[in-house]
Design a protein around this ligand. Structure first.
Ligand code: ATP
Ligand code: MG
Length: 575
């Protein structure tokens, strides 16, 4: 492609609306244009990256025997009413001219289940795994970071249907491995992490996270064994039991205006791990529940929700705290408390602890679990932290990363096949619901994540496999016939050798071209100038390493090809 005829205007300034680097660079390199909040046009060069990622996804999924189809973006309400998600799942709804309800599809479990239930008759048709690459619309509360969290975005979504759990598990792991191949081929450093699957029993899920400081998720990973999990899910090691020396007598102490763990600990001259933190939560039906954790720990609300089998759980407001504890917030404690009490396992091991007294400005000291208050259930209810010991092995400790969730694999079980009656006849002629899995990849988010991981102060550094073009050809002296001739010949020869070339034939200063080439970030730059040509040489520059070599124009295509090949190999091996 000749740049003089392309629609590609780069920006020198960093656009103010863009907070993170990938968003800034995508705007500056003219990859995307904003149409409305979270809604973008993929500009020609940006769309090429999208298509490259899509092609890798298609190849790897087709290899697994997945079958591509395309479902509509607009979905009728009836399907969502069948699965009982119409009222519960936030989405953009509208009516047609006859008043029938529709929504923009945020996901396609309902539609695919409807497709398959109409076709599926016998166990002989299973397994089947259907996928599409299609536009989703989710009315995100905070669309931001460009393609990273859009409202309209491109997703690859796949759905597997199997005869039973064992077969479904096989489909799940096949997708897991296909995802790993896809993200390796995209040249990304990533981790597959165990993640929260909500309160549905029997289901489990992995998220694929690209490691980057700007990631919105926190991932904990053992430095010794394989265990890696989203912080929402990460298990805590069972605390060791230490036999206490003595249990002291419980006493009430005045702690004027001391509410936080730090304030109370300092005032009483103890360390925060001597305090029992009592958090009051309220469920959807208005019941209050107390959750106890050690003062230096934090409650993991997701773990509590899953334990209780609830979709929603919120911190109680002041009024609820008053009615549940008869005291103000900041002074809650389990002694004499009449509501259900859940406690983290670490609380069980606490001796002579400090707790709120459910009274303004008062705390108890020398409180001992079981002696002074009863706990209804002990369980792992806290957030794991970096540095603490791994729950799965003896040697390791948790390391912490920030991650961008680019994909997720999920075992759905029979949730949709039962509610929507998607069944088949087994070998004995018995009707059974299909066992399902669902699998998503954010295509635009993957492109953005790739930029977060591959850049320097001058711009993007595309991994070869997803670069919009392989080579940027720079003609530095557009007024010079010999340069024009040599550049034109190179343009043709590079393409004839199978490479994709963006040819900067614009009539602008050389400095300008160098800056744009680095900003756009194609893996290889081929630079043709008057001075070099006099010696029969042109320059080949590797964007990632900045390494430059001089070669003759005749040898350039082979040289560039070899460089691309070795870059590709290194990038696919990144861990
Ligand atoms: P998140 O937790 O980031 O909101 P999600 O877990 O709700 O995402 P899934 O339903 O698992 O998303 O969707 C599959 C994939 O689609 C995600 O792994 C992500 O890569 C992508 N994705 C989800 N929401 C968005 C969005 N708003 N913009 C861009 N990509 C998205
Ligand atoms: Mg997800």
């Amino acid at each position: 492609m000749r740049m003089s005829r392309y629609l590609l205007n780069t920006l020198k300034e960093v656009p103010r609306e863009a907070e993170i680097l990938s968003h800034q660079l995508m705007l500056r390199a003219c990859m995307i244009k904003k149409v409305a909040a979270g809604i973008y046009t993929y500009m020609p060069i940006g769309y090429r990256v999208i298509r490259k990622i899509e092609a890798i996804i298609r190849e790897e999924l087709d290899r697994e025997g997945c079958i591509e189809l395309l479902m509509p973006a607009v979905q009728p309400a009836e399907l969502w009413q069948e699965s009982k998600r119409w009222d519960f799942y936030g989405k953009v709804r509208f009516k047609d001219r006859k008043g029938a309800d529709f929504c923009m599809g945020p996901t396609h479990e309902e539609v695919i289940t409807d497709v398959v239930r109409r076709e599926l008759k016998s166990y002989r048709q299973l397994p089947v795994n259907l996928y599409q690459i299609q536009t989703k619309f989710r009315d995100e509360i905070r669309p931001r970071y460009g393609l990273m969290r859009g409202r309209e975005f491109i997703m690859k979504d796949a759905y597997s249907f199997d005869v039973n759990d064992t077969a479904s598990e096989k489909s799940y792991w096949a997708m897991y491995h296909a995802y790993a191949r896809i993200f390796h081929r995209c040249g990304l450093k990533f981790r597959a992490v165990e993640a929260d699957s909500g309160a549905i029993g029997g289901s489990y899920t992995h998220e694929f996270h690209v490691l980057a400081d700007t990631g919105e998720d926190t991932v904990l990973s053992c430095d010794h064994c394989e265990y890696t999990a989203n912080i929402e899910k990460a298990e805590c090691r069972k605390p060791e039991h230490v036999k206490p020396d003595a249990f002291f007598k419980m006493e009430k102490k005045e702690t004027p205006r001391k509410k936080t763990v730090e304030e109370v600990a300092e005032f009483l001259g103890v360390t925060p791990d001597k305090l029992i933190k009592t958090m009051i939560f309220s469920t959807e039906d208005g019941t209050s529940i107390a959750v106890l954790v050690r003062g230096d720990h934090e409650v993991n609300v997701v773990k509590v929700k899953n334990f209780l089998g609830l979709d929603a759980l919120e911190l109680a407001d002041e009024e609820m705290i008053q009615s549940a504890t008869s005291g103000p917030s900041g002074f809650s404690g389990p002694v004499g408390l009449k509501i259900r009490i859940l406690a983290d396992l670490a609380v069980k091991e606490m001796v002579n602890a400090v707790t709120g007294a459910n009274e303004k400005d008062m705390h108890w000291v020398n409180v001992n679990p079981e002696r002074d208050f009863k706990v209804d259930e002990y369980h792992d209810f806290r957030l794991a932290e970096k540095g603490e010991r791994c729950p799965r092995c003896e040697e390791g400790r948790y390391e912490q990363f920030k991650g961008i969730e680019v994909g997720q694999v999920f075992r759905l079980g029979k949730k949709y096949s039962e509610s929507m009656n998607c069944s088949f006849l087994d070998e004995n002629g018995k009707e059974k619901p299909a066992v399902m899995g669902c699998y998503g990849i954010g295509v635009g988010r993957t492109a953005a994540a790739a930029i977060e991981q591959n850049n320097d102060e001058n711009g993007i550094i595309w991994p070869v496999n997803i670069a919009p073009y392989d080579v940027m050809l720079l003609n530095l002296d557009i007024q010079d016939d010999s340069v024009n001739e040599a550049a034109q010949e190179l343009y043709e020869n590079l393409q004839n050798a199978g490479m994709e070339v963006l040819y900067d034939d614009r009539d602008v200063r050389a400095g300008f071209k160098f800056k744009d080439a680095d900003l756009i970030g194609l893996p290889i730059q081929v630079i043709v100038g008057k001075r070099g040509l006099k010696e029969g040489l042109i320059e080949v520059k590797v964007r990632r390493t900045q390494d430059r070599v001089k070669v003759s124009p005749q040898k350039a295509p082979a040289r560039v090809e070899a460089l691309l090949e070795s870059l590709k190999e290194q990038e696919e091996q990144r861990r």
